[in-house]
Design a protein. Sequence first.
Length: 110
Amino acid sequence: MSGYTVTVFTKPDCQQCRMTTAMLDKVGVSYTAVPIEDYRSLMDVLWAMRLLTMPLVVVRDDGQTAASIGGRCAASWLDTATAYWGGFRPDSIRHWASVIQDSRGAEAAS
């Protein structure tokens, strides 16, 4: 199994959030969708970075999910992510879908 995790932080009534999760479904990428409101410390970090467009998509190659934030510094969790972006980004979704699928193929071959 791949060590990649994809977490999609969403907000209510967010069209870009729906488009992002629909495209992730279409390209076959597993993800966990969580409400950004549940992660106040992460919201504060995003505000400071002026990364205000939702959803926030976080790709990690260490298996960590949003639950890993816990008592940890949200800025540190985000800084150590493999990739992250805000908004509906088909180019980024396609790129990471390819990377994740390639890593699964390499693991299956070994």
